[in-house]
Structures are given as structure tokens and as C-alpha cells.
Design a protein around this ligand. Structure first.
Ligand SMILES: *Cc1c(COP(=O)(O)O)cnc(C)c1O
Length: 229
């Protein structure tokens, strides 16, 4: 069995190889280790190998892990759908939210972010594939929402995130990620400032790196297959 540190190194090597292949620097692409459903022992093993940013998609599960592992000074990223009644726990326990797609949730997070913490880093989730079942704003609604979020005092707009329709075809994968990059460029041309494209997972990170991802969110390739969602 391959150990967790070895799998982490293999993912970092994939990121670096894709960056070089597509004319980018490996250090331009950060790795978020998606630890949803994984035990804190698994997280400890990956953290001991140098990985400090972890992603969770359920509030209670993520908060419990963050509290248990608080001595490790990890960065916790929330990547799941967020209900209004859970925003306080997220504002108090996470460093990032990748899945913001509503102003009402953003306003709550800003109001509830403790003064003792730096502003909460947020990405706007964009539904580039137009799938009804997926969260995220439509590309056409992203700019006004981002402008409203950028004006909130305790949030820091970091960029855009997407989860495209899964595809095995590299060019199709690239096409979806390119749409997010082009949208980001259009938004930046209106004066919005941000530095993050959160896109790419275990099966499509190379395509995301090719299209400008600055942060890839990887679970399965580090921790193995999940037995639950
Ligand atoms: C689970 C999840 C990932 C990681 O997916 P893998 O295929 O396991 O790498 C990335 N992003 C989000 C939003 C997720 O929910």
C-alpha cells in the first residue's frame, strides 16, 4: 500500500509536471488537500509531510477536525454548500470559503467574522457547465455579485471556483476551465482585484493547471477512494 506522504508527493509531482508542460511555475499552483470523510489520523499524516491547507464540505465535520487539530495551525477551507444557520461556525473556524454563491450568505459571514481573525478569504463559485443540480452563480451574474462581496469589510475576495461537469476528455476538461479563466479576466478588466482560480480535482488537475488554476482541490488522489460522500 502506498503511504499517504508518498501519495501527497505524487500529487505535488503531477502539479509540477503539468505546470512545466504548460509554461507555468510549479509554485504558482497551491494544493488544497480535500479531507472530507477522512479521519484526523489521516490528516495528521499528511500534515506531517508538509501539507497545511485542508478542505471540508460539511460544517460540523470540518469544525470538529479543526478543533481537534488546532495545535497544528492548519488552514481550513470550506468547499461545500453553506446554509444560513451554519455561517457563524464557518466564519469562526475557517480561513477560506470557496463555495460562495449568494450575497445573503456573504453578508452573514462578514458580520460574523471575529475581529481577532484576518478577513475571511472567499471565492465565488461559478456554474460554468450550467448543470441545474450544481451550486454556483451563472457566469452572467458573477460580476455584480463579486462587486457586492468585495465591498464587505470582513471578507477578502480571492477569486473564482468551479466544479465542471465531469469528463474523461482532456480538451473538454480544458474547455470548462478556460471558461472560468476567461470570466475571471473579464471581471478583472472591470476593476475587480483577485488572485485565485480554484479549479481542478483528482481526475482533471492537469487540465486546470493548463488553463491557469492557482489552487487545485484534491481528495481521492491523496487519500484514496472515499467510501461515503
Ligand atoms: C470532494 C471535492 C473535491 C475533491 O475531489 P476528488 O475527486 O476526491 O479529488 C474537490 N472539490 C470539491 C468542492 C469537493 O467537494
Amino acid at each position: 500500500m502506498t503511504t499517504l506522504p508518498a501519495k501527497l508527493q505524487a500529487v505535488l509531482a503531477r502539479i509540477a509536471a503539468a505546470a512545466r508542460q504548460f509554461g507555468r511555475k510549479p509554485e504558482e499552483v497551491r494544493l488544497l488537500a480535500v479531507s472530507k470523510t477522512r479521519s484526523t489520523d489521516c490528516i495528521r499524516a499528511v500534515a506531517a509531510a508538509g501539507q497545511l491547507a485542508f478542505g471540508e464540505n460539511h460544517v460540523q465535520e470540518g469544525v470538529a477536525k479543526a478543533r481537534e487539530l488546532s495545535a497544528l495551525t492548519l488552514d481550513w477551507h470550506f468547499i461545500g454548500s453553506l446554509q444560513a444557520n451554519k455561517t457563524r461556525l464557518v466564519a469562526e473556524n475557517f480561513a477560506w470559503v470557496h463555495s460562495l454563491d449568494r450575497l445573503s450568505i456573504a453578508e452573514r459571514l462578514s458580520a460574523q467574522r471575529p475581529a481577532s481573525l484576518p478577513p475571511l478569504s472567499v471565492c465565488l463559485q461559478v456554474n460554468v457547465s450550467g448543470e441545474a443540480s450544481k451550486g454556483g452563480v451563472a457566469p452572467g451574474a458573477a460580476t455584480p455579485l463579486a462587486q457586492a462581496i468585495a465591498a464587505l469589510p470582513r471578507l477578502r475576495l480571492r477569486g473564482l471556483m468551479t466544479i465542471p461537469r465531469p469528463s474523461k476528455d482532456f480538451l473538454e476538461q480544458r474547455h470548462a476551465f478556460r471558461r472560468l479563466r476567461e470570466l475571471a479576466e473579464q471581471m478583472q478588466a472591470t476593476g475587480l482585484q483577485f488572485d485565485t482560480l480554484s479549479m481542478g480535482m483528482s481526475d482533471d488537475l492537469e487540465a486546470a493547471v493548463a488553463e491557469g488554476a492557482t489552487l487545485v482541490r484534491v481528495g481521492t488522489a491523496i487519500f484514496g477512494e472515499r467510501t461515503t460522500a
